[in-house]
Design a protein around this ligand. Structure first.
Ligand code: BMA
Length: 372
């Protein structure tokens, strides 16, 4: 096999501590910062903190639920079809879960997402969950920025607070329901309120004050914890707009609620993209070190990947000098043929992706077990 399983490698390197005195399965441990985590969630956090010493985990949104020319095929993944392995990180979106229907905003059945989260856990990989939540004030979607008082209206005391509290409860119910057959709760990385340094979502920069944005985060985490969610870590992911650490931290809700810090960025002009990635990595790296946080590139990509050498010629060299835990590319939309970010068999960058996969610096599913 190309690479060792992460836990085995870390064990060999003496980096995993003995587990005597650890809480038993199902028990909750209290962290110094006050968040409650199941033992599996603690293992995930501690492995995420170490994984960059081994390599960068590759991630793909909606990887196992659809791809180019297929939907819902058992075990299928465009990434696996190209390189033979699943991504180490798979993300899904909970948008529209709050409406109480059976599918999310991209028409993926929620029970299918649940099944794939269990599969991903059983492979030892990470699931990240974003939330393109509807606009609770206007009734529009996450991109409806027609009203600049939405965040304010859902905070405690606001007119939409009760409505939004029920939406948060639907997320808590979903997270609590993520369990294996033996009742072990599956740890996930929850990544709401992303790209808030732009102004295209109703929680964006021009749509709320820094104080309101921070309160939104605290309300979210407090309410999930109050509903017993002890299997979630939390990721903070602005866009690439911040120019320095002060700007990056302007809306940061605090170390007590955040575990992973990163940023979202996409390639249009290559030079602009590389400069943004470089600046953002330097900012996130220094903050991650000072605040003891996991560093990740929470979304990245080049739509349609028209550059045949993008993976080894642009992406990997851009990241390789930083301790990045994972990098995640967006979805291969089956309903919008030009909207894809991972290769599929025959795609122009597929061969280069195999090279990227073969590079010892990249980690895929078979290389990691994040729960040991
Ligand atoms: C966006 C696009 C949309 C999608 C949304 C949530 O970037 O891919 O088509 O609805 O993410 O997945």
């Amino acid at each position: 096999m190309k690479k060792l399983k992460l836990a085995t490698a870390l064990l060999a390197a003496g980096m995993l501590t003995a587990c005597s005195g650890s809480p038993k399965k199902g028990q909750t441990v209290k962290e110094e910062v006050g968040t409650k985590h199941t033992p599996e969630t603690e293992s995930l956090l501690s492995n995420l903190k170490k994984v960059s010493s081994k390599g960068i985990m590759f991630g793909h949104h909606d990887d196992t639920v659809y791809g180019i020319g297929w939907e819902g095929d058992e075990g299928r993944s465009d990434v696996k079809s190209v390189c033979g392995d699943y991504p180490a990180v798979i993300s899904f979106d909970l948008g529209e879960l709050e409406l109480g229907g059976t599918a999310n905003l991209d028409k993926v059945p929620l029970d299918k997402i649940k099944k794939e989260i269990i599969n991903q856990y059983q492979r030892g990989g990470l699931t990240s969950l974003s939330w393109h939540v509807r606009n609770p004030k206007t009734g529009g979607d996450a991109w409806d920025v027609s009203d600049t008082t939405v965040v304010k209206s859902i905070l405690p005391g606001g007119e939409n607070h009760p409505k939004f509290a029920a939406w948060l409860n639907s997320v808590a119910d979903f997270l609590n329901s993520l369990q294996t057959a033996d009742g072990t709760k599956i740890p996930v990385l929850f990544r709401p309120w992303h790209e808030h340094t732009g102004s295209w979502f109703w929680w964006g920069e021009k749509l709320c004050t820094p104080e309101e944005y921070k309160k939104l985060w605290h309300m979210t985490v407090d309410s999930l914890q109050a509903k017993g969610v002890d299997n979630a870590l939390y990721a903070y992911s602005p866009g690439a707009e911040p120019q320095d650490t002060a700007q990056y931290l302007k809306r940061y809700p605090g170390d007590e609620v955040i575990d992973v810090i990163g940023f979202d960025t996409y390639q249009f002009d290559r030079d602009v993209f590389l400069a943004g990635v470089n600046r953002s990595l330097a900012i996130v790296d220094s903050i991650a070190k000072a605040h003891d946080k996991v560093m990740a590139v929470t979304e990245i990509g080049y739509e349609g990947i028209p550059d045949a050498k993008w993976w080894t010629g642009t992406l990997l060299p851009a990241l390789e000098n930083y301790p990045v835990a994972y990098v995640l590319v967006w979805r291969n939309a089956r309903e919008k043929v030009t909207h894809y970010y991972a290769p599929y068999p025959g795609q122009v960058s597929a061969e280069d992706f195999v090279e990227f996969y073969d590079n010892p610096q990249t980690l895929f599913s078979a290389d990691v077990n994040l729960y040991q």
